[in-house]
Design a protein around this ligand. Structure first.
Ligand SMILES: O=C(CO)[C@H](O)[C@H](O)COP(=O)(O)O
Length: 160
C-alpha cells in the first residue's frame, strides 16, 4: 500500500520510528516531514497528508503530533479526509472497517512506539466492510454532511 506520513516537531521522534516500521512491513511510505525536531505547526503537516490523499497519490495517511488532537482536527477540515485518533488497536481497525477512516492519528506524547506499531498494523490490515449496508448507509450520511457544509468538496476524488 502507498502511505503518506507526517508529523510536527512533537511527533517527529515517533514519526521516524513508525515510518521505518511501516516500510519494514513492505509498504511504500512517503515521508512528508517534519524532518527535524525544530518547532513547527501541526496544520502544515495535516495539510500535506490530506493533499496527498485527495490527489490520489496515496491510499492511506498517518499523522502524528504531541497529543494527536491538533492534526486530527486539521485533517478533518479537508474534504474526503476521515481522520481518527486511535491509541488502541480496536479503534484502529474498527475505524477503517465501519467508518472508512483514511488517516490514522497518533499522539507521540501519549503512546510509546510498541503500541503505536500495533495500532498501525491493525489500521493497515483493515478494510472497509462495504458489504455491510449499515456501514455504507452511515458513511453516506457522513458524506452528505460534508456535501452540505463543504459544497466545494462535491466531486473531489475521495468524495465520489
Ligand atoms: O499536540 C499538539 C497539537 O494537538 C502539538 O504537537 C503541540 O501543541 C505542540 O506543543 P509545543 O509547541 O508546546 O511543543
Amino acid at each position: 500500500m502507498k502511505i503518506a506520513i507526517a508529523s510536527d516537531h512533537a511527533g517527529f521522534p515517533l514519526k521516524e520510528e513508525v515510518r521505518d516500521y511501516v516500510r519494514k512491513q513492505g509498504h511504500e511510505v512517503e515521508d512528508l516531514g517534519a524532518y527535524n525536531a525544530e518547532p513547527s505547526d501541526y496544520p502544515d503537516f495535516a495539510l500535506l497528508v490530506g493533499k496527498a490523499l485527495m490527489a490520489g497519490k496515496v491510499e492511506r495517511g498517518i499523522l502524528i503530533c504531541g497529543s494527536g488532537v491538533g492534526v486530527c482536527v486539521a485533517a478533518n477540515k479537508m474534504p474526503g479526509i476521515r481522520a481518527g485518533m486511535c491509541h488502541d488497536t480496536y479503534s484502529a481497525h474498527q475505524g477503517v472497517e465501519h467508518d472508512e477512516m483514511n488517516v490514522l492519528v497518533l499522539g507521540a506524547r501519549i503512546i510509546g512506539s510498541a503500541l503505536a506499531y500495533e495500532c498501525v498494523d491493525a489500521y493497515l490490515k483493515a478494510n472497509f466492510i462495504a458489504s455491510e449496508p449499515r456501514f455504507v448507509r452511515r458513511l453516506n450520511k457522513v458524506k452528505a454532511i460534508e456535501k452540505t457544509y463543504m459544497p466545494e468538496a462535491a466531486g473531489t476524488a475521495l468524495n465520489s
